[in-house]
Design a protein around this ligand. Structure first.
Ligand SMILES: O=C(O)c1ccccc1N[C@@H]1O[C@H](COP(=O)(O)O)[C@@H](O)[C@H]1O
Length: 236
């Protein structure tokens, strides 16, 4: 397994306001997440997500998050957003992910909800193989209410090598994301990060300063990994 990555991709999730979308873009993040799960305090309707996504420049990707939604609802919500990708964050089976991603025509992330405190009890390699059609496996802490709980799991107990693209999430903040990347990126084909609570003033309301600090902390990890030769560039 060779990891050619030099730059960790960043998703900021749970956007509900125009100014927060603009702050995420200004900070240099790669993706913005919209929560299309009605019980969430960060819920936006598909129409509101499409309206907010119109502010995005090229190469910043909207991500639509669902929890156990009907495939027809996922496909309908995606219809107005040709470049969006989908995040499945409930108990969706591989077959349901396939169906709701329009038979794989829409790239999707599958969230793995890892028990708090002991990621050693979770078989990530099997999960990644079960969801091999996912573009990446998103690692979140198992919390009540499915996600967005601001809790971390034990990164050090993850398997040493997972032949998948991973997204680290769950309780990330500007203070801990550097360490999270240093611990997890060497184990994956590539690593991205996803944050919601850690850059908020209150649920669904983001803090532009914290978003900037988070992006800067990610770049600190990238620089450290480049220096410590975890990045192996292909031979000329
Ligand atoms: O943000 C939510 O409200 C949410 C609701 C249901 C499922 C997932 C949700 N958010 C995702 O949870 C993780 C971790 O978030 P946090 O940084 O710990 O607050 C992240 O992937 C969000 O996209």
């Amino acid at each position: 397994m060779t990891n050619y990555q030099t730059r960790t991709r960043i998703k900021i999730c749970g956007l509900t306001r125009e100014q927060d979308v603009d702050a995420v873009v200004a900070a240099g993040a790669d993706a913005v997440g919209f929560v299309l799960y009605p019980p969430s305090p960060r819920y936006v309707t598909p129409q509101r997500a499409a309206e907010l996504a119109k502010r995005l420049p090229p190469f910043v990707t909207p991500v639509l998050l669902f929890v156990n939604a009907l495939a027809t609802d996922v496909i309908a919500a995606c219809a107005d957003m040709p470049c969006a990708i989908v995040q499945f964050h409930g108990e969706e089976t591989p077959a349901q992910c396939w169906e709701a991603s329009a038979q794989g025509r829409r790239p999707f992330l599958r969230a793995a909800r890892i028990p708090l405190g002991d990621s050693g009890g979770f078989d990530l390699v099997k999960f990644a193989s079960d969801y091999a059609k996912a573009q990446a496996i998103l690692l979140d802490a198992h919390v009540d209410g499915y996600g967005g709980g601001g809790k971390t799991f034990n990164w050090s107990r993850l398997p040493p090598s997972v032949n998948s693209h991973l997204v680290l999430s769950g309780g990330l903040t500007p203070a801990n994301v550097t360490d999270g990347i240093l611990q997890v990126r060497p184990r994956a084909l590539s690593l991205s990060v996803d944050v919601s609570s850690g850059v908020e003033i209150s649920k669904g309301i983001k803090d532009a300063e914290k978003i900037h600090q988070f992006v800067a902390a990610v770049r600190t990890a990238d620089a450290q990994l480049a220096k410590s030769h975890h990045v192996h560039l292909p031979a000329a």
